[in-house]
Ligand binder design. Structure first.
Ligand SMILES: [Zn+2]
Length: 360
């Protein structure tokens, strides 16, 4: 793992300063300390399907989208369910559209057993010139139908062993390594035994890999339950992305963001009728409320859109990834958001969320 975390500068300067401590002890010791902390600092990276990339290269990012989703269930899905060329032909026009909006990175949130395909993602990234990020982890939402049968016999430690192995050695024999942990829990007030195991395994995986945990969650109660599990493992809430936080209360969003968690407002949809629940203005208003609370730096937005559906003619309906740029950004500008605010939302926050944290 150390191989891709090069040091920023060498140790020659520190040796020189060490010799200087003989002459000007106090000043030189201080300088030595500064240089050591500089030399020890690893480069910050994100993990794309084509390997690690400096976080500074992430650019404008869509943090929760899907290129393919197979809803048939964990017991029946598999790579033989779709033709990669046919999927690529369908998806590429939607990815290409993003160039117009200077999007450089798209986070594909399709988990294992729901159609995650590392070879497909690599091909799409190469053909479109957009950086893609995939995930490790299992999705328990929708009453566990996307959990593989072996899940039930595994402990949280064993489960995290599978996910850590994907990060260290690649997914399913490919060279693709995950750039985050994706799990999913049901929207109940109390986490089920299975979902407690998922967040515990995610905590153990995070501690070993530094990958951020994005959890399909919804309402307030399961969000705070998961954050408190992480805290039991001494993990800062900033390692947690509360996915579908738009289904939580404003108060809950504010509380989680104050704790440091990422509040992900997903499902921005250009086609939702103005005036209906969760139209673009609803999102603009929620983001404004969070900004007023001084928490714009904890907010993520996404379409949670796409995607090619195996088993449907030509992959079925496909929703593109441009609503944020065509409708949400103008709505925010109307509310007085500056260019810096938009950059915070679409570039700085994704970078801070997905940069791999070296764990101490
Ligand atoms: Zn999703």
């Amino acid at each position: 793992m150390e191989g891709w975390l090069p040091h920023l500068c060498g140790y020659g300067v520190s040796c020189y300063i060490y010799r200087m401590t003989k002459i000007f002890p106090a000043i030189a010791s201080l300088a030595l300390l500064i240089v050591i902390s500089c030399t020890r600092k690893p480069e910050q990276v994100i993990m794309t399907v084509n390997g690690p990339v400096p976080a500074t290269e992430m650019g404008i990012t869509l943090t929760h989208e899907h290129l393919l989703v197979d809803f048939i269930g964990a017991d029946s899905t598999g790579y033989d369910r779709w033709d990669r060329q046919e999927v690529a032909d369908r998806v590429i026009p939607y990815l290409s559209e993003l160039k117009e909006y200077n999007v450089r990175t798209l986070v594909d949130c399709t988990p294992a057993y729901l159609g995650r395909d590392p070879w497909l993602l690599q091909t799409l990234s190469e053909k479109c010139g957009i950086q893609l990020i995939t995930n490790t982890g299992y999705y328990g939402a929708h009453s566990n139908i996307y959990l593989p049968a072996e899940f039930y016999a595994l402990t949280a430690e064993e489960l995290s062993g599978i996910w850590i192995n994907e990060f260290e050695n690649g997914i399913d024999g490919s060279s693709v390594r995950p750039g985050f942990i994706k799990i999913g829990v049901d929207p109940e007030d109390t986490l089920s035994e299975e979902h407690l195991k998922l967040i515990t395994a995610a905590a153990l995986t995070h501690r070993k890999t530094g990958l951020v945990i994005a959890s399909h969650t919804g309402p307030d109660a399961p969000a705070f339950d998961q954050i408190s599990v992480l805290q039991q493992y001494n993990i800062d809430p900033s390692a947690f992305i509360w996915v579908h936080a738009q289904l939580g209360s404003l108060e809950g969003n504010i509380r989680a963001a104050r704790m440091g968690a990422w509040v992900s407002l997903d499902n921005v949809n250009l086609n939702r009728e103005a005036g209906s629940e969760y139209d673009v203005n609803w999102y603009a208003d929620r983001i404004q409320q969070l900004k007023k609370a001084g928490l714009l730096n904890r907010v993520l937005v996404s379409h949670d859109a796409g995607w090619y559906t195996p088993g449907e003619e030509n992959g079925g309906d496909f929703t593109g990834f441009t609503g944020i740029f065509k409708a949400l950004v103008p709505a925010l500008e109307e509310l007085g958001f500056s260019r810096d605010d938009i950059e915070q939302l679409l570039e700085i926050n994704p970078r801070n969320a997905f940069t791999i944290k070296p764990y101490k």
